[in-house]
Structures are given as C-alpha cells and as structure tokens.
Design a protein around this ligand. Structure first.
Ligand SMILES: Cc1ncc(COP(=O)(O)O)c(C=O)c1O
Length: 447
C-alpha cells in the first residue's frame, strides 16, 4: 500500500502549512485543529484513526442514499473503464439520453426537459441564463431583472451570488450582477417559533413580490428564484400558502418562477422534488447533489416543455443554446446517476422521509427545553436548532457545537448559531435517536 492510500498516514501530517485553500472554511483554525475523515459507509464516516462518526448532514446535504453504495460504486468503476469521457457538444453517448429520460419521469408534471451541469452553482447560472434567453426569444428582451430572496443561497458563481441573500457571502465581492433585487425573507420567529413543519403565519410575505413589481414594473422582471425551503442559511420552511402565492403573482405578471432544489430534491422532503410536496409547480428547477448521490459531481436544470420549445425555433443547423460545460452529462456522472436512481427506487428512498417525518419531528422537538435553544424548525428529514448567540460573539456557540459533536461522534452542520441536521435517507430510528442524543449532550455541555 502506498503512502497515499493509507488513511492513518494523514493523521500524522501537520496541515498548518498545507497548500490547500479550503472552501467555506476557517482555514487557520481548521488547520490547527483539523477534523478529518478517511472512509465512509452507509450513514457513517470513519476518521483516520478509525473512530465512527454519524453523518448527520448527508455529507453536504447530498449523500441521500448513504455512503459508498456498492451499486453506484460499481457502476462508476465499470464506466471509467469503458467510456471515461465524451464531448457533449455535437456528440453524445447513450447513458446521457437514458439518464435524461429517466430523471424527467420523476420531475413535477410539465417539466419535461433537462439540461446537465456539474454543480448546484452551475445549475443556478444555467437557469438564470435560460430565463433571460427565453424572454428575449419571445420578444420580451426587456425582462432582464432577476429577483432572489434575503437569506437565500444559490451557490457561488456570479449570478447565484447576486441573487443569493446571505450577506457574508456577498459583501466582499462588489456589485456582482446589475439589475438584481431581493424579496424579504420569511423568517418570523415571533409568530412561528417552534413550528412543526410549515409555519402557519407568513403567506403574505409573498406579496413583497408585488412591491418589487410596482417598483421596477413587472415587464422588466425575468425570473424569481427561491429555495422552496431555504436550507444553507439556516433552514427556513415556507409558511403555509406562501409558495402558492408566489406562483400566482409570477403567473399574473409573466415572470418565470425558479425553484432552487439543489438540496430539497431527491427525496429530502419525502417526494422526489419539494415542488411535489408543496403542490406548487415552478417553471424551472435547479438540482445537483443527490442526483448522483454525490458520487460524481453533477447538476441538472429541469424546465417546462414550453421553455424548451421556445429555443427550438430557428434554423435546424444552428445551435439553439450557446451554453454548456465540457463535463455536461459526463459519462461517469450519468453512470452514477442511473445507479443512484436504481437505489432510490428499489429502496423507496424518494418517499422514505415522509414515513420517517413524524418520528423525526418528535425527536427534534424533544430538545426544546435544552439550554440556548430559541427555535426548532423541521420538515421532511431536515431539522434545525437555532441557538441564542453568545453576547458579542455571534457564531461562537455554533462553532463549538459543531466541534464538540464531531468529538462525540456526530457530524452536524452549523450556519452561525443554527445547527442543521439532514441525515442520509436510509437512517433507521435507533440511529435517529443516537443523532439527537449526541446533539442533546452537546447542547447540555455548551457554555
Ligand atoms: C439551494 C442551493 N443552490 C445552489 C447550491 C450550490 O451548489 P454547489 O455547491 O454544488 O455549487 C447549493 C449548495 O448547497 C444550494 O443549497
């Protein structure tokens, strides 16, 4: 076995001078006190020393079927030895077509076409560009404005950062993209704290879109992009009636509605897509992550037939959409994706969260009386615990919770002082108990 293959070799490395500029990480703090994993199986990570850590967030909200699933691993292994790459421009390979036809069958009714990308961020850029181009092709090139929402997260590329609503992710990057505005967020702890599932109050927050329409004139607005459940910013579940209202207003004004389902698709809410759970159909849906169980990077944008057909108008010997990536529909991603859909289907994972939700919800809310907890939110197989920040040190308590949980055997995500949980959809009830028991222990121990 060479040095690289030996996980324990990593444990002895000093990372403080490492060349790797880590993403979304406190680089200096982390490299002094690294948290490493060397292997994974099912819902478990294993540290280089062999300690088991329960993966409470499906990696990064993406390993929905659990880690190192044999069927997916073998499909990728076979594919890499058969056709490791084929250009997706003016050439195809059969798996790409097979995968596209497979995934659109799971999409909400009417979203019949799919464009492949390599990440959530690329899916967002693609959807925004599709929206602009769609309007222009229909003679409405004046629709150039893009509307996001406060506390939304849409990845890290220029368009996604611009429509995103997390201040820390935006402020050091300048003016970004012109013509972007934001809806107000839907967080209303005074009325909705400790809601189970969708909060009762706040459908009217969708009317903020009418305010922006009045300000800019609806004829200038191309699209509104929202996460059905805002996950990365701290798990904000849409109030009852909110998404319906947003849909109505978009339809009334000819504005495209984009659901960013990079996290919420592929079973997280007990349906293949959150749009199906909420009974609201957008015009475009962005996905990534769980589409391949995160085994190979991939993203996808689903769109209504009418949007696709708008592009299919010009001469047949012209490229209809001057957009795409070298690795769109990469053969390894398609192989991983097809095997992932097999696993999802055979194990009923795209609806399993629905069956687990009542139990998950009870366990989550049983932590209500613990120290520091000011709100608990949940839906599908997602839960969030909002902690009171330490005076003068926002985020410090959250970071400490994250570190302590890892030491105690659970990997959990924190955004500031909000803990988010979203384990693989294969998790069993005793493991749910174990995850919440660890969080309970951590919260009790936190100063
Ligand atoms: C809603 C949403 N959109 C976009 C992204 C960006 O995806 P990626 O990190 O794959 O670029 C994420 C990532 O968490 C996300 O949650």
């Amino acid at each position: 076995m060479n040095e690289r293959a030996r996980p324990e070799a990593v444990a002895t490395l000093s990372l403080e001078q490492s060349a790797w500029f880590m993403p979304f990480t406190m680089n200096r703090q982390f490299k002094k006190h690294p948290r490493l994993v060397a292997r994974a199986e099912g819902i478990w990570y294993y540290t280089p020393e062999g300690r088991k850590v329960l993966d409470g967030t499906s990696g990064l909200w993406c390993v929905n079927a659990g880690h190192c699933r044999k069927r997916i691993v073998e499909a990728v292994q076979r594919q890499v030895a058969t056709l490791e790459f084929a250009p997706p421009f003016q050439l195809g390979h059969p798996l790409a077509f097979e995968f596209a036809d497979r995934v659109v069958k799971l999409a909400p009714e009417g979203l019949t076409r799919v464009f492949f990308t390599n990440s959530g961020s690329e899916s967002v850029e693609t959807a925004l560009k599709l929206a602009l181009a769609y309007h222009r092709l229909r003679g409405e090139g004046h629709r150039t404005r893009l509307i996001g929402r406060e506390r939304g997260y849409h990845g890290v590329n220029f368009g996604g950062t611009a429509v995103g609503g997390i201040v820390a992710n935006r402020k050091i990057f300048g003016a970004l993209v012109a013509g972007v505005d934001h809806l107000r967020h839907t967080h209303d702890p005074e009325r909705n704290a400790f809601s189970r599932g969708q909060p009762k109050h706040g459908a009217e927050f969708a009317d903020d879109l009418e305010r922006l329409c009045a300000l800019h004139d609806p004829s200038t607005i191309a699209a509104v992009i929202v996460e059905p459940v805002s996950c990365s910013a701290g798990v904000f579940v849409p109030p009852v009636g909110y998404l319906e209202r947003l849909r109505e207003i978009c339809t009334k004004h000819g504005i495209l509605l984009i659901f960013d389902e990079v996290i919420t698709a592929w079973g997280r809410l007990g349906r293949p897509f959150a749009a199906q759970r909420f009974g609201v159909t957008p015009d475009l849906i962005t996905t990534a992550k769980g589409i391949t169980n995160a085994t190979v990077p991939m993203g996808a944008v689903f769109m209504k037939e009418e949007i696709f057909q708008t592009f299919m108008q010009g001469p047949e010997n012209a490229i209809e959409l001057p957009h795409g990536y070298t690795y769109s529909a990469h053969p390894l991603a398609c192989a991983a994706g097809l095997a992932t859909m097999d696993v999802y289907e055979e194990e009923g994972l795209l609806t399993r969260a629905e069956a687990l939700e009542p139990y998950w919800q009870e366990q989550a809310h049983s932590l209500r009386d613990l120290p520091h907890v000011v709100d608990i939110r949940n839906i599908g197989l997602i839960a969030a615990f909002e902690l009171a920040p330490r005076p003068g040190a926002p985020g410090a308590r959250g970071l400490e919770a994250h570190i302590r949980a890892f030491e105690k055997g659970a990997y959990i995500r924190v955004t500031g002082d909000i803990i988010a949980l979203a384990p693989p959809l294969i998790i069993q009830k005793p493991e749910i108990d174990q995850l919440f028991a660890t969080v309970r222990e951590v919260l009790k121990s936190l100063p």
